[in-house]
Design a protein around this ligand. Structure first.
Ligand SMILES: [Zn+2]
Ligand SMILES: [Zn+2]
Length: 267
């Protein structure tokens, strides 16, 4: 097996990950500036020009902020669903008065797998308040990587897709109590905590104790809120839940942060 996963940035100020095999390099989301993306790639010894494709989960700005510039600088396929592309283009016109141009757009549909180099990608629908949000599973050389962030809860179809993952990147957005007493306006709290908002530490822990198959060598906690969570709190919750199933020794828990690159996890 030979696959690496690096998280260049993770959180509500920008998301970007790299899933790579020996000959294919996929950027998942483009939520930080092009300059910062290039800088963080280079810090990992990666050449931005060697990227194979960019995949977009949904049109929220923390997932597409750098996309227009990245697309201009790199002539590589940009994969999005039709509805996500339409929503992204609309927002770009409205907010920046820019004419959205993606010469290398490749549309995909949730539930339909496609190939990027030697990596097979399967997008699946997630419950989130965007036009057509998806998570991804990646398969290469017998290994499976799953990425599921920006989802209010974990419905059965999502849990099915996560089964058998060797690397599992999961949202652990907020601590329910920290969100409740925190400074967010009431309407925002409602949105975050809703079934189309973000996954709490508690809901993720529930998944680990009830539904998780203990398959992953690495579990990455991602999209942590900087206001309503703490890396050590999220880690403790996850490790406690995994420990209850006796799975802590199989699963190494890592925490992805906003301002630091999580160095490559290798299988
Ligand atoms: Zn989102
Ligand atoms: Zn997000």
């Amino acid at each position: 097996m030979c696959v690496t996963v690096s998280l260049l940035a993770s959180g509500s100020r920008g998301n970007c990950a790299l899933v790579a095999s020996a000959r294919t390099r996929i950027l998942v989301d483009a939520g930080i500036s092009c300059r910062e993306t290039f800088k963080r790639l280079r810090s990992l010894g990666e050449d931005p020009q060697a990227l194979s494709a960019i995949l977009i989960t949904h049109e929220h700005s923390d997932h597409v902020y750098g996309l227009a510039t990245l697309a201009k600088k790199l002539s590589i396929p940009i994969f999005m669903t039709g509805a996500t592309h339409a929503a992204w283009a609309r927002a770009l016109r409205k907010d920046k008065g820019e004419r959205p141009q993606l010469d290398t757009l490749e549309r995909f549909e949730a539930g339909h797998r496609f190939q990027v180099g030697d990596i097979e990608v399967k997008p699946f629908t997630i419950p989130h308040d965007a036009a057509d949000p998806v998570g991804f599973t990646f398969r290469v050389e017998g290994a499976k990587v799953s990425v599921a962030t920006d989802l209010g809860y974990l419905p059965a179809n999502v849990r099915d897709h996560l089964r058998g993952s060797d690397i599992l990147v999961m949202e652990s957005n907020h601590d329910v109590e920290m969100l409740r007493v925190g400074s967010y306006p009431w309407a925002v709290k409602q949105r975050v905590a809703s079934n189309v908002g973000h996954l709490s530490n508690e809901k993720l822990a529930q998944f680990f104790t009830k539904d998780y198959d203990n398959s992953a060598a690495f579990v990455v906690l991602a999209h942590l809120s900087e206001q309503n969570n703490h890396p050590e709190l999220a880690r403790r919750e996850a490790e406690k839940a995994l420990g209850q199933r006796g799975g802590l020794f199989q699963n190494r828990v890592l925490v992805a942060l906003q301002s630091e690159v999580l160095p490559p996890i290798r299988l």
